[in-house]
Design a protein. Structure first.
Length: 566
């Protein structure tokens, strides 16, 4: 239900060189003029005045480009101001090809979050290198602010745990959706059109006209067309978990001719899928959203022939002769010659009863991406000291009036990347409270306040809070595994060399050979990613383990063909 006659979003460029500005304006207007309002200014002062007028008029700004070397104000300084005025606009420096002086300001300003990237000024028309970056910026901005497709429409109470869960599912499964509060004019009109004014909530409407009343998570995903029942139940490789490690394993297994099934109990992408922007992943110089990275990996695995079965938990794993049987939460059984466990880890619970009662109604585990827009103008808190918490704080700062990052330790440097620390330090609406615990909170029907405790002084303080986003620690999802699989004291799966004691395989190991790298204490079952003991908790390392595991799978299958069992 789009608003009628919405003004075109603005694409603003600022450059004091008249010739360069004319070329930029021509390229922008010629390619994007039908859908965007192109505005070009000759100075930083004029650009700032224009932005203030746009903000006062309530208009949207999609992309801002600024010349690196403007008089009175450099491009990074100008774009840092833009971030405060229009925090969701994409921001890029305009640079001249071959200028040796551009590297230092770009390298300095990107880690501080002053710019998203840079673009070389167009020299001819059309300049497709120039347009490649602008088009990518516009695509990312439009995906968040002007979605072209609404695969489903949801009507529910704004501050209900169920509506939060549905929004989170849609975001993480890359299902385009629109949400309408049940008490809003639009929500009431939709319910009236369907004759469901007094219906149970939530109500979910699909493109094909199907209407679901109070559906389960599985029903929503299945109705969206994401679930394809496999024609077969026996596979070479069954992968449990579709985070980065599981998806990488699926891509390499399927591309190498192994019949592959991927099971995922929650959302494609795992914990990494909740990251708003992963900036240090190889090959994405201005960063990539966790959900987008997961969606691309999912498509890649699908194109190679892997089967992905979402919203089904693995509940049991046992050996049946030479094969391994995985039993799912919907009662189905899947058999594999090899099983790769890539279930990752979930955020540890706070353990504060008054806050646990408000999960989904102001207290969120992860979910910063799906809930960020609802935080506009509000004061929110993020608890955690690792990259996931830092990324959430930065993303929320685009919408919330103030973000407070609560950290148990005395420094962020022990567990957070330096580029994120620098961004947080320079963000004007983010405060870091170190050596602090969250010990309580509450509200009428939703979170309204938190109780903080200073670790050193013991002093407590009650503060207003519209939301709390929790990113603390990790608990492996291994409770469903059989006792034969050895785990460490925290529940992470022990593999490979770590299973050996004085160079010998663990007690009960049935084979003459030692466990393969990444192989568990149960032959033919491998563990990759965050669920594995000793893993490096980074997306890139999880992807690496997932790909390496397939070589181990080939080695294991070769021993079966040769009849090498003992």
């Amino acid at each position: 239900m789009e608003q009628a006659h919405r003004p075109k979003p603005v694409l603003l460029a600022v450059d004091d060189d008249a010739d360069d500005r004319a070329k930029i304006e021509h390229e922008l207007y010629d390619r994007y003029g039908r859908s965007y309002r192109i505005v070009c200014e000759a100075s930083a002062e004029a650009g700032m005045s224009t932005l203030e007028k746009l903000r006062a008029a309530g208009e949207e700004v999609a992309v801002v480009l600024a010349d690196l070397w403007m008089p009175k104000m450099t491009g990074p300084e100008f774009l840092a101001h833009v971030r405060r005025i229009f925090p969701t606009a994409k921001r890029a420096l305009l640079v001249t090809w071959g200028d040796p002086s551009v590297r230092e300001p770009i390298v300095r300003s990107m880690p501080l979050g002053q710019i998203d990237y840079y673009v070389v000024k167009p020299r001819r028309s059309p300049d497709e290198r120039f347009h490649g970056i602008i088009a990518q910026f516009l695509s990312e901005w439009a995906q968040a602010h002007r979605p072209t497709l609404q695969a489903i429409r949801v009507v529910d109470e704004r501050w209900s745990a169920r509506s939060h869960k549905i929004r989170n599912i849609c975001e993480r499964q890359s299902i385009p959706y629109a949400f309408y509060a049940a008490d809003s004019k639009e929500g009431q009109e939709l319910l009236a059109q369907l004759g469901l004014r007094s219906s149970r909530l939530p109500v979910v409407m699909l493109l094909n006209g199907q209407v679901l009343v109070d559906p389960s998570d599985t029903e929503i995903v299945d109705a969206s067309g994401l679930t394809i029942d496999p024609e077969r139940q026996v596979f070479d490789v069954v992968i449990v978990g579709a985070g980065p490690a599981g998806l990488a394993a699926a891509v390499y297994a399927a591309s190498e001719g192994l019949s592959t099934m991927v099971l995922e109990g929650e959302a494609i992408g795992g914990q990494a899928g909740t990251s708003s922007l992963i900036r240090n992943y190889l090959g994405f110089p201005w960063g990539v959203g966790g959900a987008e990275l997961a969606a691309q990996a999912h498509r890649q695995a699908w194109l190679f022939g892997a089967n992905v079965y979402p919203m089904r938990h693995a509940t049991e794993l046992r050996r049946r002769g030479e094969e391994l049987l995985v039993i799912l939460s919907d009662g189905k059984e899947v058999t594999g010659r090899v099983v790769i466990v890539a279930t990752g880890a979930s955020y540890r619970r706070l353990g504060v009863s008054s806050l646990e009662a408000l999960v989904g109604t102001g207290v969120f585990y992860g979910a910063a991406v799906s809930e960020a827009k609802a935080m506009e103008g509000q004061e929110v808190y993020v608890v955690g000291g690792a990259n996931s918490a830092g990324q959430a704080a930065m993303h929320l700062s685009k919408y919330a009036s103030r973000v407070t990052l609560v950290v148990r330790g005395s420094s962020l440097s022990a567990s957070m990347s330096s580029y994120l620390i620098r961004e947080i330090e320079t963000a004007e609406n983010i405060e870091v409270r170190q050596r602090t615990l969250i010990i309580g909170g509450g509200g009428e029907g939703r979170l309204e306040r938190l109780v903080l405790k200073d670790f050193i002084s013991g002093r407590t303080e009650t503060v207003p809070a519209a939301a709390l986003f929790v990113f603390i620690g990790a608990e492996p999802r291994t409770g469903w595994l059989p006792e034969e699989i050895e785990c460490d004291e925290k529940g992470f799966i022990v593999t490979g060399q770590d299973l050996l004691l004085n160079g010998q395989p663990p007690q009960g190991w049935p084979l003459a050979r030692a466990p393969l790298p990444l192989e568990s204490s149960m032959p033919g079952i491998f563990a990759v990613g965050d669920v594995r003991h000793g893993s490096v908790k980074r997306v890139a390392s999880a992807v690496g383990e997932g790909s390496i595991a397939i070589q181990m799978v080939h080695d294991y299958l070769a021993t079966l063909k040769l009849g090498i069992r003992s």
